[in-house]
Design a protein around this ligand. Sequence first.
Ligand code: SF4
Length: 296
Amino acid sequence: MSAFNAIGEKREIDRDEFTPGVEPQPTWCPGCGDFGVLKSLKQALPEVGKTPEEVLTVTGIGCSGKLNSYLDTYGFHTIHGRSLPVARAAKLANPELEVIAAGGDGDGYGIGGNHFIHTARENHDMTYIVFNNEIFGLTKGQTSPTSPKGHKSKTQPSGSAKTPLRPLSMSLNAGASYVARTAAVNPNQAKEIIKEAIEHDGFAHVDFLTQCPTWNKDARQYVPYIDVQESDDYDFDHTNREEAAEMMRETEDVLNEGTVLTGRYYVDEDRPSYQQEKQAVGEMPDQPLAERYFDD
Ligand code: SF4
């Protein structure tokens, strides 16, 4: 894939450009699904024509938070559950930047759940990847907001009595304009979903199922998947909010005969992003805020 350099020359982008030269190799456990997210990003970014200096990756706390140590873009490793407000601020200050926020299910759906709702509601232009392994991994396997009912952990030794959160329905209902689910066991689909999310104008939420072989050995992240777009059994219009909501209601948190459903659930290409809304009423100039600040 090609891009233009700072003086307007066209040049080829190689995925190796996104591998840091001086950072250590990932310290994730062997077989961790987080490797799948990293690989998808390294494949997707050059294919959509992005260079490392055009991208900011903002992460929260957790095993997933190490992502921006292993991906050679601008990076900001923020505090627990706060990747989205940092990502929003960066995007507003420099709309030219391709902003990718990331975190785990505990970080994003639990600690930062309020930010998740409101960033979707306001449709901020960014990609939000949630590494969903249905537990808190870094802190040794505690029950998370997406742990299935009955899941046993150190914090719920007799099995969780809590109904798991439904993240796709949550972001759709809050107002996200792109909602998808993919899985580390499904690298080809994952790359395509990440590419779509990056190219989408507005809040693109990707629930990325990532297996944690160390603390969650029996999770659905290991099972085969069905792509909702490719299967004749799941015929719905992914540009229709009501049909997408109904599909999520039926399929989001269930294993259908031993499979899990993934794919693009909802896309709204018409809804303006937060920044576009502000520009339309003259409250935000086309010129990046960061440039205005340094010009004054
Ligand atoms: Fe991955 Fe789980 Fe190991 Fe964390 S503890 S690196 S989520 S396998």
